[in-house]
Unconditional design. Structure first.
Lengths: 373, 373
């Protein structure tokens, strides 16, 4: 084992240039309760891309390998510069989560050497990553690093949605961009737990993926009868909370309006203020960066707000988090199985064409970085 | 005293016509703990207008007095008909609150006869209104019905904003359409209680009304440096909750973005997700019925939602409500003084020109119906 490893770094210069590079870093030495993981699989999640690419104009991407290792650059448009102010001049490590094999450990964690683990904490687009042993999910023998790669962000977010639904007194939920890896996990959770879920997808092919998994309510936003079908599904399930990965455009507001329309079938309105039943949309992604627009047709008992995994987990508390993590460990090969369409090396992750491809965040397409490749 | 009184009624026919009329109703007989109030002043609040006018096209208003009393009609546009479905064919009484003199009372409330009271409960655009004695705010002798007319909606909403600010852990607040009657009350409350308030107005004249009342932070949304001035005021006060009467358009989202920008001066961002500090806009009015648009510049710790007085009061509980009402009784001539630009009769309230005038909801203009006129 070499005493250095390769790590992907993202830097935005004070002059407004994004620079992606690979750098040598020492293989870390574990403290008494720490482990060192050889990362073999780390997904490129939508949530990784802001840190990786910043607000760069990807049309200006170019790569130069004349000094041996590639350095990829792109321009930050003048009017976006303020968004990157706080990180200017700082070389940052990227990658929220990853899977790999424990290759070194402190005294209290030596029993983990050789185990496949999933870990979270940033800086996973690297060959060797040190974490506290308690922060890893340890998988049964036979689990591959690739299976362990996406053990946190999607599995905990999907479970978190059902937790929030219950904690806030809703009896069913809505999910958008529902054919995503996360959406497929959510369908499997809801089928297993008997929770009513309304899935919003954008085409037939996506609908079929979900009905094949046992989804009962799938509505296609590209269909001419989308609005009517959504109101029917909402009336049938009583869903009054939605998790929206799209964020921008009219969808979040449209869901609120449709919830209100469904509720009005069986609930009285308070004068002209609509029903008294609270309707909630949580925006947990921003696939669409345009403004969220909310029409004035949801009454007054509604709310739209941001939702992030980390604050949710902090609020949920240690006991809940342990329960959710245990389910991930038990069901990584089934409920929480992820699918990847491309496995790339750290060097390939810097290729302009490849960057443009994973940046599209097309449903069904998912990239995995293998730093050991 | 006659045994009938005149009452304003609003009806939407199944054919899609709004009909406003005056009808004779019996003067009510009080139960043991009830009072009958001769209404002499009832405001036309923005919140009265949806019930009064429905989604009628006011360009089509016409009035016919050939049968003696005026009947005013207007057309509901075809594409708005569904909004009025639930009330079709029902003649409804209108007017949330009013002030008047107690003219009759049941056994346990006879001591109130002759007192000036403020009451709430709908159907106030009428000559005689019966309510439970405990639902009235009883004012000191010398208080006029006009002073008592707006004792609930604005005074309790203004106080409610400060209550919510405190209950949800914010240290200062923002108010839009801030030169309104309600806004002036809020300024006086905040000056008296030492609460930092950022007022958003639309012109110099409105700004002057508020600075004359002692407001420290007034920003003018028509000014070219509005955005910068708002961020400065938010940074100075630390306001992270806003109450927005406008609802539609970019203002609510703009406030969230400006709050985040102010917070970033002294708080770290969570990677690219913005600060961890929750930013809240409550939409309590819809002066603008266009969609609310929220740009993607507020991070993920934000929420926009509807806010209504009645659910707030129910949640706040009896003790809080009693405290808020007591302050109204004590300070009706000062903190909670309202200003009206026109006092009209029930008949005048049916005049098409007058309807169009009060429907404009121009800041500074406020109509009062005097059913005894």
């Amino acid at each position: 084992m070499s005493d250095t490893g390769l790590e992907l770094r993202s830097l935005i210069t004070p002059e407004g240039e994004l620079q992606l590079s690979l750098t040598d870093v020492p293989v870390p030495t574990p403290g008494p309760d720490e482990i060192v993981v050889r990362i073999e699989a780390s997904p490129i999640n939508p949530s990784d891309q802001p840190l990786l690419l910043g607000p760069a104009d990807l049309g200006t991407l170019k790569s130069d390998a004349s000094s041996g290792r590639p350095v990829t650059t792109a321009t930050i448009p003048e009017n976006m510069r303020h968004l990157a102010k706080a990180r200017e001049g700082k070389s940052v490590a990227v990658g929220n989560e990853g899977g790999g094999v424990v290759v070194d450990a402190g005294d209290s964690a030596r029993h983990l050497i050789g185990k496949t683990v999933g870990i979270i904490g940033g800086g996973m687009y690297t060959q060797y990553r040190k974490v506290r042993a308690t922060d890893a999910i340890v998988f049964p023998d036979g689990t591959t690093p690739k299976q362990a790669a996406s053990a946190f962000v999607n599995p905990l977010t999907a479970q978190g949605m059902v937790e929030v639904m219950r904690a806030e007194g809703h009896k069913a939920l809505v999910h958008t961009a529902a054919a995503s890896n996360l959406g497929q996990m959510l369908v499997k959770i809801c089928v297993a737990d008997g929770v009513d879920l309304v899935n919003i997808v954008r085409n037939d092919e996506q609908a079929k993926i979900l009905t094949d998994l046992g989804a009962k309510h799938v509505v296609d936003s590209s269909s001419p009868d989308f609005r009517a079908a959504l109101v029917d599904a909402l009336a049938e399930t009583g869903a009054t909370v939605a998790f929206d990965a799209v964020g921008g455009g009219p969808l979040a507001g449209h869901i609120l309006g449709a919830m209100e329309q469904a509720l009005l079938r069986t609930n009285p309105a308070m004068g002209n203020y609509g029903t008294s039943i609270h309707k909630q949309v949580y925006v947990y992604g921003r696939l669409d960066l345009s403004p969220t627009t909310i029409a004035a047709n949801a009454g007054f008992a509604w709310s739209v707000g941001g939702f992030l995994l980390t604050p949710f987990l902090m609020k949920a508390g240690a006991e809940t988090v342990a329960r959710l993590r245990k389910r991930v460990a038990d069901e990584i090969g089934t409920t929480f199985a992820s699918h990847y369409t491309s496995e790339i090396s750290l060097t390939e992750a810097l290729d302009p064409e490849t960057i443009r491809a994973y940046q599209r965040k097309a449903t069904g397409e998912k990239y995995l970085i293998n730093p050991a490749k």
